[in-house]
Design a binder for this molecule. Structure first.
Ligand code: SF4
Length: 55
């Protein structure tokens, strides 16, 4: 994928993800899906980027 496609609307520090724009703290996808693996999300840690893929 094109890692130079910095999506300035999606900041991300998860450099272990295959979609991370490695040169800076951005996602390289045009859009992502955010969700939760918990039935009753209560804080930031309850949310997940469901577009994550292991690099
Ligand atoms: S897909 Fe999600 S985890 Fe991966 S770089 Fe984009 S925002 Fe970060």
């Amino acid at each position: 994928m094109d890692k130079t496609n910095y999506n300035h609307s999606i900041k991300c520090t998860v450099r272990e993800c295959a979609h991370h724009a490695q040169g800076d703290d951005y996602c390289a996808l045009s859009q992502i899906m955010v969700g939760s693996s918990e039935p009753n999300p209560t804080d930031i840690k309850s949310t997940d980027c469901e577009s994550f893929e292991r690099a």
